[in-house]
Design a protein around this ligand. Structure first.
Ligand code: HEC
Length: 216
């Protein structure tokens, strides 16, 4: 028993074995970690904020640009390459307009619970293709056809099913024209987010040279 041991040792218990020492440790570690949590929360916020300089999430107006996807030798992973002007549906938007459109797309995706089947930015299901980089999916054929094919597919995914031999079909989500436009803007913006190469093993749409007018 502890008491018996204390009696045996004339110097008393070692300092590191005392209850008081461990109580102080617990208080200091909890307080220290609470502080670290606050600092990390602020730091994360500056990194994930759309358009933040240090961040990996581009401003919403990135949908006015061509989005490439290329292998980065230094980081040993695929990273988005923001290219020259290539406005979505040929219409250049201001930051506010782009934000409103991307927001609408995000709310549509959340409202229709697309995550029931799809994964976006690591959240969701794997019944259907991961949508994080869907804008860059080779299934759209080429960059010129993409906007039209995405619109047709989202308007009527049953008639325009692609299925890739999985036999899985996407049910018609009854999206309005405006919702389809917004979802496509949301997917284009998301494809420009630096996700550390996630999803891994993603094959990219044929893109040609990405160097022209690239900002990176
Ligand atoms: C019941 C399951 C289900 C739901 C819910 C669903 N999808 Fe799908 N989706 C699929 C399947 C299965 C495919 C693949 C079939 C195909 O391409 O014909 C697909 C394919 C897609 C693709 C093509 C992806 C690519 O890269 O090939 C897009 C884009 C898409 N869905 C968007 C959406 C959006 C937006 C919503 C919500 C409004 C949604 N889906 C809801 C099942 C679903």
């Amino acid at each position: 028993m502890a008491e018996a041991n204390q009696d045996e040792d004339p110097r008393g218990p070692e300092w590191w074995a005392s209850e008081d020492f461990w109580r102080k440790c617990a208080i200091f570690v909890t307080a220290g970690m609470a502080f670290v949590l606050v600092v990390l929360t602020y730091h994360t916020h500056t990194v994930i904020l759309a358009g933040a300089e240090a961040g990996r999430v581009p401003a919403y107006s990135v949908i006015n640009h061509r989005i490439g996807y290329a292998f980065d030798d230094d980081r040993n992973m695929m990273v988005p390459v923001i290219g020259p002007l290539a406005p979505l549906f040929g219409e250049e938007l201001t930051e506010d307009e782009a934000r409103a459109l991307v927001d609408h797309g995000k709310l549509t995706v959340q409202g229709r619970n697309c995550m029931n089947c799809h994964t976006l930015l690591g959240n969701g299901a794997y019944y259907a293709p991961d949508l994080t980089k869907a804008w860059l999916d080779p299934g759209w054929g080429n960059e010129e056809a993409r906007e039209l094919l995405m619109t047709l597919f989202l308007k009527d995914p049953v008639a325009n099913a692609r299925t890739y031999g999985t036999n899985r079909r996407m049910p018609n989500q009854e999206l309005s024209d405006e919702e389809v436009r917004a979802v496509i803007a949301y997917l284009k913006w998301m494809s420009a987010i630096d996700t550390n190469g996630f999803p891994s093993g993603f094959t990219v749409l044929p893109q040609g040279s990405l160097s022209t007018g690239s900002e990176s």
